[in-house]
Design a protein around this ligand. Sequence first.
Ligand SMILES: Cc1cc2nc3c(=O)[nH]c(=O)nc-3n(C[C@H](O)[C@H](O)[C@H](O)COP(=O)(O)O)c2cc1C
Length: 354
Amino acid sequence: MTEPYAAAWAIDERDFPGNAGPSQILRFALRYAILAPSGHNGQPWRFRIDQDLLHVLADRSRALPMVDPCDREMLISCAAAIHLTRIALEHFGYHPGITLLPAPGDPDLLATIRLGPRGTPPPGRALFDAILARHSNRSPYQASPVPGEQIARLCDAAAGQGAWSQPVTGPAAISAAAGLIADGDRIKWHDAEFRRELSGRLVPNRGHRRDGMPGYAFGIPGPLARVAPAVVRCADLGRLRAAADRKLALATPCLAIIGTDQDDPPAWMAAGQAMAAVLLQATADGLATSFLSQAIEVDTLRPRLTTLTGRSGYPQLLLRVGHPSRAARPSPRRPLSDVLASPAPVHDRTGARR
Ligand SMILES: Cc1cc2nc3c(=O)[nH]c(=O)nc-3n(C[C@H](O)[C@H](O)[C@H](O)COP(=O)(O)O)c2cc1C
């Protein structure tokens, strides 16, 4: 029997409603879209289907003001969901027309996706299969290096989406990155409001919620996972986290920074699609991935991370990449009924929703 938290991941592509109308096809593609990663597994997206047109909306009610005050990571997460929608639709033979940020007067409308006619699927299915296989794997990875050609494929995947991915190379840069990550932990955990926000997104290893992060995703067993929210709320574990994350970063065969030349909503949309493309490519190549966002989320540390990339621009994500030493388990997802809005909005001539 599928565990309740894993239910969303149990998709059988043979259920694809090939003979149904466009709205049913878009609805099926959304089952893949909602498997996108999101900050604190907040799943800050909403969707609306209007015949053959899918609207992707930011759900600002799910914002994380402490960790993501400008909704940068929110847009990155939603853009990842858009990328997964594209990969799923392409797998089923569609060539969707995607318009990002189509209504300047409506910053919540992040994309429209028009289904278009059915044609020939692309060759290969590795990226599509990677949607169901990808999970954040926060365990230590094997020491074996990530081959250069695989790193190059990750860089190409990001470049294809209008962002860049840059491995942190050389002992000095890796040590500096690990130090910035540790600094980020200490600074963030010292803030009681950050801990309160995080504790609200920690969920037990079994339960009713379909968002948030189960203890097992951090290697925390059941009884401890139940008390983790209270512990996190009350105790500044920054020094412990800093030491653990520093060690993890130093032992990771590849740290990759995904960045953009600008730092605004269009750039965040590019970064999110690039992140999804990189994660799928890594998964398809048998690599594990996870995130270490601390140094990017702290304003004073982010420019120091930029320096490590040796290029201008803005780091948006810091990923660990390596060969897994153990499998990761799926985190929950809210059902489609929670994220699908029904009535179609009316737009005025400026594009604002009325
Ligand atoms: C923009 C962004 C930032 C994230 N930052 C972190 C992070 O700093 N540390 C971490 O452990 N996970 C981080 N994550 C991973 C999410 O917690 C994870 O995607 C979510 O819990 C769902 O789990 P899954 O990726 O296994 O599906 C981040 C994800 C996104 C999209």
